[in-house]
Design a protein around this ligand. Structure first.
Ligand code: IMP
Ligand code: MG
Length: 186
């Protein structure tokens, strides 16, 4: 399976982009204390690298969004779970996301966070696939925008998974699309 992965962004290129984003985020939040909220699990590796490039006072929290279709009803139930009680009110929040695809997950989460009354809320995404968007939502920062036809491939590595696999790859690679619905093969 791993031999079907083609390298899209190397470890060096990612490190360079993360350093650039860290500098931009640091400038944008200068003098503030930030609450960094990582969207599990895909953004874990990105967030771990990014926070080390932001020399400001910050706290780190995790959030998970799960969706499942209700049996028969065809209705999608979405649930948001925070790692610990996160005091978002009055805070400058930086949400770190892995991939913004249709934008459904991100917009749902943003609406939820806004209800908590943060002072500001900004998004830093690892990958943006703008052509797949169903809901108009734009991250303030994106490490790598990915367009068609590459956006049609499945991205793995550097935290991104295919059926929970490949998160530990140090680079970001592409898997041919049929793998999305297939069963794992060696
Ligand atoms: P959205 O709600 O369609 O924007 O879903 C975005 C989520 O789908 C991301 O947080 C990923 O977990 C997952 N996702 C979308 N495209 C990919 C991909 O190419 N590789 C890995 N995960 C993906
Ligand atoms: Mg995922």
């Amino acid at each position: 399976m791993k031999d079907k992965i083609s390298v899209l962004f190397t470890e060096e290129r990612i490190a360079q982009r993360v350093a650039e984003l860290g500098a931009e985020v640091t400038q944008a939040f200068a003098g503030r204390e930030i609450c960094v909220l990582g969207l599990m699990k895909g953004s874990l590796v990105f967030m771990a690298d990014l926070i080390r490039r932001i020399p400001l006072d910050l706290t780190v929290h995790l959030v998970r969004v799960t969706s499942h279709r209700e049996q028969g009803a065809g209705k999608v139930q979405t649930e948001i779970v925070y790692s610990t009680a996160v005091p978002l009110q009055g805070k400058d929040v930086l949400l770190v996301d892995d991939i913004v695809d249709t934008g459904i997950t991100l917009s749902y989460l943003l609406a939820h966070i806004h209800e908590h009354g943060p002072r500001s809320l900004k998004v830093c995404a690892l990958i943006d696939k703008p052509e797949a968007r169903k809901i108009d939502v734009h991250p303030q920062w994106t490490a790598f925008p990915v367009h068609e036809p590459i956006a049609d491939q499945f991205l793995v590595g550097y935290g991104l998974d295919w059926m929970e696999r490949f998160r530990g790859l140090p680079y970001i690679g592409t898997l041919p699309r049929p793998a999305r619905v297939g069963t794992p093969q060696e």
